[in-house]
Design a protein around this ligand. Structure first.
Ligand code: ADP
Ligand code: ADP
Length: 217
């Protein structure tokens, strides 16, 4: 479970990106985080992943006070989390498969197990037949699916995606949403941000709406 109580996030310089936010997300839920650019969506996701710490209030993820974790404990938290953030770029000096293998190598998987897992992740996002190519040859939608494979290859219980459909054509965006829903159906908790909830109207997920750093109903 993800729980925010009275969370304030003020950046150095004093800008208050989140203003006294409280909410809960249950295990296995899929929640959309909507709001205009600058509303605080990325900040909220970074707090869940322990990339930023709250200025005050509590962020609890799977029973752990993320804001109070020691730096050394963060890698363990993140083993349970898959991140799809715009600034996590693909590596274009290696193959599609190697991009997905990298997170497993960091965790210390044996090569043979890692290849099995990475292949399964690529199959899941429909890219197994492109495993050997360089990601530069993939379309925008395929590159996004590769980012998703890389984020889920270690089988996290929580997936956080910051505007994963942001610069994709409509059909690709629907494709990506279907993929997240398929992960959610096998029990993964998903939190996905968007500045455009319009195209998600036909999908029955709870929406958390951020406006100028506050939650609105
Ligand atoms: P969103 O993801 O909804 O576009 P962000 O969480 O990225 O919103 O940003 C919320 C506000 O906090 C913005 O005004 C942004 O400029 C500011 N902000 C984000 N990160 C930082 C930072 N590292 N330092 C200072 N201000 C920041
Ligand atoms: P996004 O589009 O994902 O919301 P941004 O373009 O707002 O990302 O931010 C890119 C990076 O710069 C993030 O790591 C964010 O924390 C940081 N950032 C955003 N706004 C500011 C700011 N006003 N001052 C310093 N860093 C910022």
């Amino acid at each position: 479970m993800i729980q925010f109580s009275q969370v304030v996030k003020r950046y150095p310089g004093g800008y208050e990106a989140l203003k006294n936010i409280s909410f809960e997300i249950d295990n296995g839920e899929m929640v959309l985080l909507s709001g205009h650019s600058g509303a605080g969506k990325s900040t909220l996701l970074k707090l869940i992943a322990g990339i930023e710490r709250p200025t005050s209030g509590n962020v609890i993820v799977n029973g752990q006070h993320v804001g109070q974790l020691k730096e050394a404990a963060l890698p363990y938290l993140r083993r349970n989390i898959g991140l799809i953030f715009q600034d996590h770029k693909l590596l274009f000096d290696r193959s599609v498969l190697d991009n997905v293998l990298l997170p497993l190598a960091i965790i210390g998987f044996k090569q043979q197990d890692a290849i099995k897992r990475a292949s399964a992740a690529l199959e899941r996002v429909g890219l197994l037949d492109r495993a050997a190519v360089n990601p530069i040859h993939l379309s925008g939608g395929e590159q996004q699916r590769l980012c998703i494979a890389r984020a889920i290859v270690h089988r996290p219980s929580i997936v956080l995606a910051d505007e994963p459909t942001g610069n994709l054509d409509h059909a690709y965006a629907e494709d990506i949403m279907d993929l997240f829903e398929s992960f959610n159906q096998v029990g993964v908790t998903i939190v996905l941000s968007t500045h455009d909830e319009g195209f998600l109207k036909h999908r029955p997920h709870r929406i958390l709406r951020l406006k100028n750093g506050g939650l609105s109903q």
